[in-house]
Design a binder for this molecule. Structure first.
Ligand code: NAD
Ligand code: DAU
Length: 336
Protein backbone atom coordinates (compact mmCIF):
# COMPACT_ATOMS: atom_id res chain seq x y z
CA UNK A 1 0.00 0.00 0.00
CA UNK A 2 1.16 3.56 -0.78
CA UNK A 3 0.28 6.16 1.85
CA UNK A 4 0.54 9.92 1.48
CA UNK A 5 1.09 11.41 4.93
CA UNK A 6 0.71 15.17 4.98
CA UNK A 7 2.38 17.07 7.82
CA UNK A 8 4.54 14.03 8.55
CA UNK A 9 7.46 16.14 9.78
CA UNK A 10 5.42 17.49 12.70
CA UNK A 11 4.83 16.00 16.12
CA UNK A 12 2.04 13.46 15.59
CA UNK A 13 2.80 12.88 11.90
CA UNK A 14 6.41 11.84 12.56
CA UNK A 15 5.35 9.55 15.40
CA UNK A 16 2.76 8.03 13.05
CA UNK A 17 5.31 7.42 10.28
CA UNK A 18 7.58 5.62 12.76
CA UNK A 19 4.62 3.64 14.07
CA UNK A 20 3.41 2.63 10.61
CA UNK A 21 6.73 1.66 9.06
CA UNK A 22 7.64 -0.45 12.10
CA UNK A 23 4.37 -2.38 11.89
CA UNK A 24 3.76 -2.37 8.13
CA UNK A 25 7.25 -2.53 6.58
CA UNK A 26 5.84 -3.66 3.23
CA UNK A 27 4.07 -0.31 2.76
CA UNK A 28 5.46 2.88 1.24
CA UNK A 29 5.09 6.30 2.83
CA UNK A 30 5.35 9.61 1.04
CA UNK A 31 5.69 12.38 3.60
CA UNK A 32 4.42 15.68 2.12
CA UNK A 33 5.28 18.61 4.36
CA UNK A 34 5.83 22.34 3.96
CA UNK A 35 8.33 22.41 6.83
CA UNK A 36 6.84 25.34 8.70
CA UNK A 37 8.38 26.30 12.06
CA UNK A 38 6.71 23.12 13.42
CA UNK A 39 8.04 20.73 10.76
CA UNK A 40 11.36 19.10 11.51
CA UNK A 41 13.08 16.45 9.42
CA UNK A 42 15.30 15.55 12.37
CA UNK A 43 12.26 13.71 13.73
CA UNK A 44 12.68 11.23 10.86
CA UNK A 45 16.43 11.14 10.35
CA UNK A 46 16.63 7.47 11.38
CA UNK A 47 14.44 6.45 8.41
CA UNK A 48 15.44 9.19 5.92
CA UNK A 49 17.17 6.73 3.60
CA UNK A 50 14.75 3.81 4.02
CA UNK A 51 13.61 2.41 0.67
CA UNK A 52 9.95 2.62 1.72
CA UNK A 53 10.04 6.29 2.79
CA UNK A 54 10.14 9.42 0.62
CA UNK A 55 10.05 13.05 1.71
CA UNK A 56 8.49 15.68 -0.56
CA UNK A 57 8.68 19.33 0.45
CA UNK A 58 5.36 20.91 -0.49
CA UNK A 59 2.41 22.99 0.61
CA UNK A 60 -1.04 21.40 0.71
CA UNK A 61 -2.50 24.60 -0.77
CA UNK A 62 -0.36 24.06 -3.91
CA UNK A 63 -2.71 22.09 -6.19
CA UNK A 64 -0.07 21.21 -8.79
CA UNK A 65 2.42 19.84 -6.26
CA UNK A 66 -0.30 17.93 -4.42
CA UNK A 67 -1.53 16.41 -7.69
CA UNK A 68 1.99 15.15 -8.48
CA UNK A 69 2.46 13.69 -5.00
CA UNK A 70 -0.93 11.95 -4.86
CA UNK A 71 -0.49 10.08 -8.13
CA UNK A 72 -0.70 6.32 -7.44
CA UNK A 73 -1.56 6.79 -3.76
CA UNK A 74 -3.96 4.37 -2.02
CA UNK A 75 -4.48 6.20 1.27
CA UNK A 76 -4.09 9.81 2.40
CA UNK A 77 -3.62 10.61 6.10
CA UNK A 78 -3.95 14.35 6.57
CA UNK A 79 -2.05 15.68 9.59
CA UNK A 80 -0.89 18.92 7.90
CA UNK A 81 -2.19 21.92 9.80
CA UNK A 82 -1.33 24.98 11.76
CA UNK A 83 -1.91 23.46 15.18
CA UNK A 84 -1.31 25.96 18.00
CA UNK A 85 -4.31 27.79 19.49
CA UNK A 86 -2.24 30.72 20.84
CA UNK A 87 -0.68 31.39 17.44
CA UNK A 88 -4.16 31.34 15.87
CA UNK A 89 -5.16 34.09 18.29
CA UNK A 90 -2.11 36.18 17.36
CA UNK A 91 -2.70 35.63 13.61
CA UNK A 92 -5.63 33.56 12.25
CA UNK A 93 -4.83 33.91 8.52
CA UNK A 94 -2.38 30.98 8.07
CA UNK A 95 -4.87 28.74 9.90
CA UNK A 96 -7.58 29.46 7.35
CA UNK A 97 -5.17 29.07 4.44
CA UNK A 98 -3.65 25.75 5.48
CA UNK A 99 -6.41 24.12 7.51
CA UNK A 100 -9.37 25.10 5.34
CA UNK A 101 -8.08 25.86 1.83
CA UNK A 102 -5.31 23.26 2.08
CA UNK A 103 -7.78 20.55 3.08
CA UNK A 104 -10.05 21.46 0.16
CA UNK A 105 -7.12 21.28 -2.29
CA UNK A 106 -6.19 17.85 -0.91
CA UNK A 107 -9.79 16.63 -1.13
CA UNK A 108 -10.03 17.65 -4.80
CA UNK A 109 -6.76 15.88 -5.58
CA UNK A 110 -7.86 12.78 -3.63
CA UNK A 111 -11.09 12.62 -5.65
CA UNK A 112 -9.21 12.92 -8.94
CA UNK A 113 -6.70 10.28 -7.90
CA UNK A 114 -9.53 7.96 -6.72
CA UNK A 115 -7.80 7.15 -3.45
CA UNK A 116 -9.25 4.27 -1.45
CA UNK A 117 -9.33 6.27 1.79
CA UNK A 118 -8.88 9.87 2.88
CA UNK A 119 -8.32 9.97 6.63
CA UNK A 120 -8.52 13.37 8.29
CA UNK A 121 -6.92 14.04 11.66
CA UNK A 122 -9.04 16.41 13.69
CA UNK A 123 -9.47 17.57 17.23
CA UNK A 124 -11.91 17.65 20.14
CA UNK A 125 -11.60 21.48 20.06
CA UNK A 126 -14.23 21.60 17.30
CA UNK A 127 -16.85 20.75 19.96
CA UNK A 128 -16.12 23.87 22.02
CA UNK A 129 -15.95 23.78 25.80
CA UNK A 130 -17.55 21.84 28.66
CA UNK A 131 -18.19 23.37 32.08
CA UNK A 132 -16.35 22.23 35.21
CA UNK A 133 -19.70 21.54 36.89
CA UNK A 134 -21.08 19.12 34.27
CA UNK A 135 -20.15 15.45 33.81
CA UNK A 136 -20.76 15.73 30.07
CA UNK A 137 -18.21 14.43 27.51
CA UNK A 138 -17.75 15.02 23.81
CA UNK A 139 -18.85 12.23 21.49
CA UNK A 140 -19.42 11.74 17.77
CA UNK A 141 -22.91 13.22 18.29
CA UNK A 142 -21.79 16.48 19.92
CA UNK A 143 -22.61 19.55 17.80
CA UNK A 144 -19.69 21.66 16.60
CA UNK A 145 -19.17 24.91 18.54
CA UNK A 146 -15.53 25.98 17.99
CA UNK A 147 -14.21 28.90 20.06
CA UNK A 148 -10.74 29.76 18.74
CA UNK A 149 -9.66 30.60 15.18
CA UNK A 150 -7.70 27.31 15.23
CA UNK A 151 -10.76 25.30 16.31
CA UNK A 152 -12.97 27.09 13.78
CA UNK A 153 -10.53 26.29 10.97
CA UNK A 154 -10.41 22.61 12.01
CA UNK A 155 -14.21 22.52 12.21
CA UNK A 156 -14.44 23.94 8.68
CA UNK A 157 -12.00 21.32 7.42
CA UNK A 158 -14.01 18.50 9.04
CA UNK A 159 -17.17 19.80 7.38
CA UNK A 160 -15.44 19.84 3.99
CA UNK A 161 -14.19 16.28 4.45
CA UNK A 162 -17.70 15.10 5.34
CA UNK A 163 -19.21 17.07 2.43
CA UNK A 164 -16.81 15.46 -0.09
CA UNK A 165 -18.02 12.07 1.15
CA UNK A 166 -21.73 12.93 1.01
CA UNK A 167 -21.56 14.88 -2.26
CA UNK A 168 -18.91 13.09 -4.28
CA UNK A 169 -18.64 9.73 -2.52
CA UNK A 170 -15.00 10.21 -1.44
CA UNK A 171 -14.22 7.35 1.00
CA UNK A 172 -13.31 9.29 4.13
CA UNK A 173 -12.86 8.74 7.86
CA UNK A 174 -12.27 11.39 10.54
CA UNK A 175 -10.80 11.13 14.03
CA UNK A 176 -11.32 13.82 16.69
CA UNK A 177 -8.83 13.34 19.47
CA UNK A 178 -7.84 15.06 22.69
CA UNK A 179 -4.53 16.74 23.59
CA UNK A 180 -1.52 14.65 22.58
CA UNK A 181 1.85 14.55 24.31
CA UNK A 182 5.07 12.60 23.87
CA UNK A 183 8.38 12.69 21.95
CA UNK A 184 8.97 15.26 19.17
CA UNK A 185 6.30 17.73 20.32
CA UNK A 186 7.35 21.27 19.41
CA UNK A 187 8.11 23.03 22.71
CA UNK A 188 5.20 25.49 22.55
CA UNK A 189 2.41 23.27 23.97
CA UNK A 190 1.70 22.94 27.69
CA UNK A 191 3.59 19.70 28.46
CA UNK A 192 6.55 20.17 26.09
CA UNK A 193 6.93 23.83 27.15
CA UNK A 194 6.71 23.00 30.86
CA UNK A 195 9.32 20.24 30.66
CA UNK A 196 11.78 22.21 28.52
CA UNK A 197 11.38 25.46 30.50
CA UNK A 198 12.11 23.59 33.72
CA UNK A 199 15.13 21.84 32.18
CA UNK A 200 16.40 25.31 31.21
CA UNK A 201 15.77 26.63 34.72
CA UNK A 202 12.94 28.89 33.49
CA UNK A 203 9.54 29.43 35.09
CA UNK A 204 6.39 27.75 33.78
CA UNK A 205 3.62 30.12 32.55
CA UNK A 206 0.13 29.08 33.66
CA UNK A 207 -2.84 30.80 32.04
CA UNK A 208 -5.54 32.25 34.29
CA UNK A 209 -6.38 30.17 37.36
CA UNK A 210 -4.77 26.99 35.96
CA UNK A 211 -8.01 25.07 36.55
CA UNK A 212 -8.63 24.31 32.86
CA UNK A 213 -9.09 20.61 32.18
CA UNK A 214 -7.71 18.52 29.31
CA UNK A 215 -7.71 14.77 28.56
CA UNK A 216 -4.09 13.93 27.71
CA UNK A 217 -3.49 11.18 25.15
CA UNK A 218 -0.03 9.64 24.69
CA UNK A 219 0.90 10.04 21.03
CA UNK A 220 1.63 6.32 20.61
CA UNK A 221 -1.92 5.45 21.72
CA UNK A 222 -3.18 7.97 19.16
CA UNK A 223 -1.11 6.32 16.40
CA UNK A 224 -2.54 2.91 17.36
CA UNK A 225 -6.06 4.34 17.06
CA UNK A 226 -5.39 5.80 13.60
CA UNK A 227 -3.93 2.45 12.48
CA UNK A 228 -7.14 0.69 13.57
CA UNK A 229 -9.36 3.25 11.85
CA UNK A 230 -7.41 2.82 8.61
CA UNK A 231 -7.73 -0.95 8.79
CA UNK A 232 -11.18 -1.47 10.29
CA UNK A 233 -12.95 1.91 10.35
CA UNK A 234 -16.20 2.36 8.45
CA UNK A 235 -16.07 4.74 5.51
CA UNK A 236 -17.98 7.97 6.20
CA UNK A 237 -17.60 7.59 9.99
CA UNK A 238 -16.04 9.74 12.69
CA UNK A 239 -14.28 8.35 15.78
CA UNK A 240 -13.51 10.27 18.99
CA UNK A 241 -10.27 9.35 20.80
CA UNK A 242 -9.39 10.14 24.41
CA UNK A 243 -8.28 8.25 27.52
CA UNK A 244 -10.49 9.54 30.38
CA UNK A 245 -7.51 11.11 32.11
CA UNK A 246 -9.13 14.52 32.53
CA UNK A 247 -6.80 16.61 34.65
CA UNK A 248 -6.35 20.29 35.54
CA UNK A 249 -3.41 22.12 33.95
CA UNK A 250 -1.99 23.02 37.35
CA UNK A 251 -2.00 19.34 38.35
CA UNK A 252 -0.16 18.39 35.16
CA UNK A 253 2.48 21.01 35.94
CA UNK A 254 2.82 19.86 39.56
CA UNK A 255 3.36 16.27 38.38
CA UNK A 256 6.15 17.44 36.05
CA UNK A 257 7.71 19.54 38.84
CA UNK A 258 7.71 16.43 41.02
CA UNK A 259 9.30 14.22 38.36
CA UNK A 260 12.02 16.83 37.82
CA UNK A 261 12.37 17.53 41.52
CA UNK A 262 11.68 21.26 41.11
CA UNK A 263 9.87 23.57 43.56
CA UNK A 264 6.36 24.97 43.05
CA UNK A 265 7.90 28.46 43.09
CA UNK A 266 8.74 27.74 39.41
CA UNK A 267 5.04 28.27 38.58
CA UNK A 268 4.16 31.71 37.24
CA UNK A 269 0.51 32.68 36.74
CA UNK A 270 0.14 34.78 33.59
CA UNK A 271 -2.66 36.50 31.68
CA UNK A 272 -5.35 34.09 30.50
CA UNK A 273 -5.84 32.94 26.89
CA UNK A 274 -8.77 34.85 25.30
CA UNK A 275 -11.81 32.58 24.75
CA UNK A 276 -10.06 29.84 26.76
CA UNK A 277 -12.03 26.56 26.68
CA UNK A 278 -12.63 25.49 30.28
CA UNK A 279 -12.80 21.73 29.94
CA UNK A 280 -12.42 19.02 27.29
CA UNK A 281 -13.39 15.39 27.91
CA UNK A 282 -13.94 12.60 25.41
CA UNK A 283 -16.25 9.62 25.35
CA UNK A 284 -14.29 7.01 23.35
CA UNK A 285 -16.94 4.28 23.58
CA UNK A 286 -17.41 4.03 19.81
CA UNK A 287 -13.78 3.34 18.85
CA UNK A 288 -13.40 0.99 21.82
CA UNK A 289 -16.55 -1.03 21.07
CA UNK A 290 -16.47 -1.02 17.28
CA UNK A 291 -12.72 -1.26 16.61
CA UNK A 292 -11.38 -2.69 19.86
CA UNK A 293 -9.04 0.24 20.61
CA UNK A 294 -7.83 0.81 24.12
CA UNK A 295 -5.02 3.00 25.41
CA UNK A 296 -1.89 1.13 26.48
CA UNK A 297 -0.43 3.88 28.68
CA UNK A 298 -1.69 5.60 31.82
CA UNK A 299 -1.17 9.36 31.92
CA UNK A 300 1.35 9.09 34.76
CA UNK A 301 3.59 6.47 33.14
CA UNK A 302 3.52 8.22 29.75
CA UNK A 303 4.37 11.52 31.46
CA UNK A 304 7.47 9.98 33.09
CA UNK A 305 8.53 8.52 29.71
CA UNK A 306 7.98 11.90 28.04
CA UNK A 307 10.02 13.81 30.63
CA UNK A 308 12.80 11.22 30.17
CA UNK A 309 12.68 11.71 26.40
CA UNK A 310 13.11 15.50 26.68
CA UNK A 311 15.88 15.00 29.25
CA UNK A 312 17.68 12.71 26.81
CA UNK A 313 17.11 14.87 23.69
CA UNK A 314 18.23 18.35 24.75
CA UNK A 315 19.95 19.01 21.42
CA UNK A 316 16.64 18.31 19.62
CA UNK A 317 14.64 20.96 21.48
CA UNK A 318 17.27 23.49 22.53
CA UNK A 319 17.76 24.76 18.98
CA UNK A 320 13.98 24.99 18.45
CA UNK A 321 13.74 27.46 21.33
CA UNK A 322 16.09 29.96 19.67
CA UNK A 323 15.53 32.68 17.01
CA UNK A 324 11.89 33.00 15.89
CA UNK A 325 10.72 31.04 18.93
CA UNK A 326 12.19 33.68 21.25
CA UNK A 327 10.28 36.40 19.39
CA UNK A 328 7.06 34.38 19.59
CA UNK A 329 7.62 33.71 23.30
CA UNK A 330 8.13 37.38 24.09
CA UNK A 331 4.99 38.36 22.19
CA UNK A 332 2.86 35.58 23.68
CA UNK A 333 4.01 35.93 27.28
CA UNK A 334 4.68 39.66 27.47
CA UNK A 335 3.26 41.31 30.58
CA UNK A 336 0.06 43.18 29.66
P1 NAD B 1 2.46 20.14 14.37
O1 NAD B 1 2.21 21.62 14.39
O2 NAD B 1 3.48 19.55 15.25
O3 NAD B 1 2.81 19.68 12.88
C1 NAD B 1 2.13 20.15 11.74
C2 NAD B 1 2.92 19.72 10.51
O4 NAD B 1 2.19 20.18 9.36
C3 NAD B 1 4.32 20.36 10.43
O5 NAD B 1 5.25 19.38 10.04
C4 NAD B 1 4.17 21.43 9.36
O6 NAD B 1 5.36 21.71 8.67
C5 NAD B 1 3.10 20.81 8.46
N1 NAD B 1 2.36 21.82 7.70
C6 NAD B 1 1.81 22.97 8.17
N2 NAD B 1 1.24 23.65 7.15
C7 NAD B 1 1.42 22.91 6.04
C8 NAD B 1 1.05 23.08 4.68
N3 NAD B 1 0.39 24.18 4.27
N4 NAD B 1 1.39 22.13 3.78
C9 NAD B 1 2.08 21.02 4.19
N5 NAD B 1 2.47 20.82 5.46
C10 NAD B 1 2.14 21.75 6.38
O7 NAD B 1 1.03 19.51 14.62
P2 NAD B 1 0.63 18.19 15.44
O8 NAD B 1 0.50 18.53 16.86
O9 NAD B 1 1.50 17.07 15.00
O10 NAD B 1 -0.85 17.97 14.87
C11 NAD B 1 -1.07 17.19 13.71
C12 NAD B 1 -2.55 17.17 13.40
O11 NAD B 1 -3.27 16.66 14.52
C13 NAD B 1 -3.15 18.56 13.12
O12 NAD B 1 -4.09 18.43 12.10
C14 NAD B 1 -3.82 18.95 14.44
O13 NAD B 1 -4.91 19.81 14.22
C15 NAD B 1 -4.28 17.58 14.92
N6 NAD B 1 -4.40 17.44 16.38
C16 NAD B 1 -3.34 17.72 17.20
C17 NAD B 1 -3.46 17.51 18.57
C18 NAD B 1 -2.33 17.79 19.53
O14 NAD B 1 -2.54 17.72 20.73
N7 NAD B 1 -1.13 18.08 19.06
C19 NAD B 1 -4.66 17.02 19.09
C20 NAD B 1 -5.74 16.79 18.23
C21 NAD B 1 -5.58 16.97 16.86
O1 DAU C 1 -7.52 19.21 22.36
C1 DAU C 1 -6.76 18.99 21.22
C2 DAU C 1 -5.88 20.18 20.94
O2 DAU C 1 -4.88 20.19 21.95
C3 DAU C 1 -5.24 20.17 19.57
O3 DAU C 1 -6.24 20.25 18.60
C4 DAU C 1 -4.26 21.33 19.39
O4 DAU C 1 -3.58 21.18 18.15
C5 DAU C 1 -3.26 21.28 20.52
O5 DAU C 1 -2.42 22.40 20.44
C6 DAU C 1 -3.96 21.25 21.87
O6 DAU C 1 -4.64 22.50 22.16
P1 DAU C 1 -4.67 23.15 23.62
O7 DAU C 1 -4.88 24.58 23.47
O8 DAU C 1 -5.57 22.41 24.53
O9 DAU C 1 -3.15 22.78 24.06
P2 DAU C 1 -2.00 23.66 24.76
O10 DAU C 1 -0.90 22.71 25.07
O11 DAU C 1 -1.70 24.88 24.00
O12 DAU C 1 -2.71 24.09 26.11
C7 DAU C 1 -3.18 23.10 27.02
C8 DAU C 1 -3.77 23.84 28.21
O13 DAU C 1 -2.70 24.50 28.91
C9 DAU C 1 -4.75 24.93 27.83
O14 DAU C 1 -5.75 25.01 28.84
C10 DAU C 1 -3.91 26.21 27.86
C11 DAU C 1 -2.91 25.91 28.96
N1 DAU C 1 -1.59 26.56 28.82
C12 DAU C 1 -0.92 26.39 27.63
C13 DAU C 1 0.31 27.00 27.45
C14 DAU C 1 1.05 26.85 26.14
C15 DAU C 1 -1.04 27.29 29.86
O15 DAU C 1 -1.65 27.40 30.95
N2 DAU C 1 0.19 27.86 29.68
C16 DAU C 1 0.87 27.77 28.50
O16 DAU C 1 1.98 28.36 28.40
Amino acid sequence: MKILVTGGAGFIGSNFIHWWLTRHPQDQIINFDKLTYAGNLENLKDIATSPNYIFVKGDITDGRKVKEAIDGIDVVVNFAAESHVDRSILDPAPFITTNVVGTQVLLDAALDAQVKRFHHISTDEVFGALTLESKEKFSEQTPYRPNSPYAASKAASDHLVRAYHKTYGLPITITNCSNNFGPYQYPEKLISLTITNLLEGKKVPVYGDGLYVRDWLYVEDHCAAIDLVLQKGQVGETYCIGIDSDIENIEVIKKILKILNKPESMIEYVKDRPGHDRRYAIDSTKIKKELGWKPQYSFDEALVATVDWYRGHRSWWQKLKKGDFEKYYQEQYKKR
